[in-house]
Design a protein around this ligand. Structure first.
Ligand SMILES: Cc1cc2nc3c(=O)[nH]c(=O)nc-3n(C[C@H](O)[C@H](O)[C@H](O)COP(=O)(O)OP(=O)(O)OC[C@H]3O[C@@H](n4cnc5c(N)ncnc54)[C@H](O)[C@@H]3O)c2cc1C
Length: 278
């Protein structure tokens, strides 16, 4: 099947894009939008390509955060192309997305906007408590990554509004992290996933469960307990309870799979080898 006819506009600047986006759909790496167009699940009359806008391709320091342009690709993060993003957590997450051909084109902003419940960046950036910068003509706002996704394939984005950047807290040597996905086949979306990020220096303490029916869900009580009492407080029973509260309608097998992902993620973060600190 081929896509229905549409008008294609390549935006040269952010101002250009925001002007052109009226009654149009943005496209970035086209790794999700391309198949949707071909299957005619999406039939926009006009598409605005934001993938070449310099501001969306840049990574820079902005006070206490790193500003990651929305059109930075998964492969660029995996390869450590930008020194400011050269951290094992970011590179580990990026390198586990789909397979290389998709990572070459797919972007961090496109992944967040697409809002697949099993996608990697919504989970990872929620665990890091990153913020997203959203822009539309005449207005820019910031939202927490963990609050951006409202449901499966549904976000806070308004008509004519795009993600322009991810505002990432600076990741340093004191960050303890875990990121674990259970996939039936390498390169496929996971069946269960979990991310953890603890940093005694900044007070960050987040544990988030992904690949649920809706958005990634933060397990705040569990994270508080671990931050206060150490990883030994995350007993089998405590983990099972945390998972049950995050997925009340799931069956026992699904809960067990998510609990396994969570256990392995925490073992990564607090393993005796300290492999996941830099
Ligand atoms: C076979 C396959 C396997 C995959 N496996 C994984 C996986 O394991 N983990 C994972 O996380 N992802 C996976 N993906 C998705 C992949 O990571 C995509 O790259 C990503 O979801 C979309 O990014 P994109 O830049 O290609 O966005 P596009 O396809 O260009 O756009 C996707 C959506 O986002 C919107 N959009 C794009 N950019 C912006 C922006 N800046 N602001 C607002 N809206 C925007 C578009 O309008 C569209 O609705 C897989 C995809 C495929 C085809």
């Amino acid at each position: 099947m081929k896509a229905a006819a549409f008008e294609y506009v390549r935006a040269a600047s952010l101002a250009d894009a925001l002007r052109e986006l009226k009654d149009a759909k943005p496209i970035s790496g086209s790794q999700s939008m391309g198949p949707m167009l071909n299957l005619r699940l999406a039939r926009p009359g006009r598409i605005v390509d934001v993938s070449r806008i310099a501001d969306l391709r840049a990574v820079s320091e902005a006070g206490d955060v790193v500003r990651v342009g929305a059109a930075v690709t998964h492969a660029e993060i995996e390869d450590g192309k930008h020194a400011l993003l050269r951290h094992p957590f970011m590179q580990h997450v990026a390198s586990g997305i789909a397979y290389r051909a998709i990572r070459n084109r797919g972007t961090i902003g496109g992944s967040l906007a697409h809002a697949d419940p099993a996608a990697d960046w919504p989970l990872a950036l929620s665990a890091l408590d990153a913020r997203l910068e959203l822009s539309k003509a005449g207005a820019t706002r910031q939202v927490r990554a963990g609050e951006f996704m409202l449901g499966a394939f549904t976000t806070l984005l308004e008509d004519g509004e795009i993600i322009t950047a991810v505002l990432l807290p600076k990741l340093g040597p004191t960050l303890r992290w875990g990121y674990y996905k259970l996939c039936r086949k390498t390169g496929e979306f996971p069946h269960a996933s979990a991310a953890a990020a603890f940093d005694a220096r900044t007070g960050l303490a987040r544990v988030v469960l992904g690949a649920l029916d809706g958005p990634p869900t933060a397990l705040d009580e569990l994270a508080r307990r671990i931050a206060q009492h150490g990883p030994a407080a995350a007993t089998e029973e405590v983990l099972a309870q945390a998972v049950a509260s995050a997925m009340p309608n799931a069956d026992g097998i699904d809960r067990q799979i998510h609990t396994a992902a969570l256990e392995r993620c925490l073992a990564q973060a607090f393993g005796v080898s300290s492999a996941n600190t830099v």
